[in-house]
Write a protein that binds this ligand. Structure first.
Ligand SMILES: [Fe+2]
Length: 342
């Protein structure tokens, strides 16, 4: 699987879905129904209102940071135990979502990430935003090692923000990193002490490098209920909406359980039991670096997202360590969480 592209896998396994081929990324149409997608939109709005900060989805004057829980880049929510809200687990355990990853990895024994959600309000005037093209795979990892995904809940057209990606960039990953590359010191880059092993922020000139080789930055448009998968080597970022539509997304990623070491499972269990989120990597990785005949063990893949949400230099008074609505603990959920054996 390591050198296969998503599309080669998708073409073979996803006959039941309409597929949009974007070279390094696939959009699977109607994975959940529009009604189900609407359910998640409503749940996400209710979640914002649960904080009692005065947010009103019908009053645009309340679409500012002071009326909202703390997010990353104006819409990505990782703190407040958001990763373990009932609605997040409901999305992860939608049968069609699990099936996508079962087919992708050709196994039923999967682990799921405890990743966040995206609720982006359009036309925010209080945000200082800049694009942050990046990839979520360490340059030392070769081949396709993770496939990220998101389940889209609201109409997402050209003006509605969302996933921007450099079409064709995954295939050029090794070539690009064959020489030493310096990361762009973006204002929103995580501080080095957080040890994001699998994040590389690109310079403007790097975009040109990919474009000169035939790649193209595109915006992925989606309808409610669509699911998008992209190779973690693909350059991408999320754009803020400028139209009238709120963006509603749950990030979801699953990988085979066999990829996880016992230590990874232990850490995953700790995160689960304490309602702590992670990045999109669901497992701890052992990578065989065949080029240099080494075994690289990266122990930073499951990176508990335990940082406190900070508001005006202090921990947000609304910080919480439990979801508002706890998930229903089914056997399948506990297996995906890595807490229960298959
Ligand atoms: Fe990313």
């Amino acid at each position: 699987m390591s050198t296969t592209t998503i599309l080669e896998t998708a073409a073979a396994n996803y006959e039941s879905y309409t597929i949009k081929d974007l070279n390094g990324c696939v959009v699977l149409k109607n994975v959940i129904s529009p009604e189900r997608a609407k359910y998640y939109c409503d749940k996400q709005i209710q979640w914002l209102k649960n904080f009692d900060l005065g947010f009103d989805e019908n009053d645009e004057s309340t679409w500012t940071a002071e009326h909202l829980p703390i997010s990353f880049k104006g819409g990505m929510y990782y703190a407040y135990a958001a990763a373990h809200e009932k609605m997040a687990w409901e999305a992860r355990t939608e049968p069609a979502v699990i099936e996508i990853f079962e087919k992708l990895w050709e196994t039923n024994e999967l682990l799921c990430s405890f990743d966040g959600m995206n609720i982006s309000l359009p036309r925010r005037k209080d945000l200082n935003w800049s694009p942050w093209p990046h990839c979520d795979q360490n340059p030392n990892r070769k081949g396709m090692q993770a496939v990220q995904g998101l389940l889209n809940f609201a109409p997402n057209g050209p003006k509605d923000g969302g996933l921007m990606l450099m079409k064709g960039s995954a295939k050029l990953f090794d070539e690009f990193f064959a020489q030493k590359r310096e990361q762009y010191d973006h204002e929103d880059a995580p501080p080095p002490e957080l040890q994001y092993m699998d994040l590389f922020l690109f310079h403007e000139k790097d975009l040109k490098w990919f474009e000169d080789r035939g790649c193209e930055m595109i915006k992925v448009n989606m309808e409610p209920g669509d699911f998008v998968l992209w190779d973690s080597r693909t350059m991408h970022y999320a754009c803020l909406p400028e139209g009238n539509q709120i963006r509603h997304v749950q990030y979801i990623c699953m990988t085979p359980r066999r990829f996880a070491t016992p230590k990874a499972l232990e850490l995953k269990k700790y995160c689960f039991e304490n309602f702590i989120g992670t990045t999109h990597w669901p497992h701890w990785y052992v990578v065989l670096d065949l080029q240099h005949g080494r075994k690289l063990i990266n122990d930073s893949n499951i990176r508990p997202a335990a940082e406190k949400p900070m508001r005006n230099g202090k921990v947000c008074p609304k910080d919480r360590s439990e979801p508002f609505e706890k998930p229903v603990l089914t056997e399948r959920l506990l297996q995906l969480a890595g807490v229960k054996d298959y």
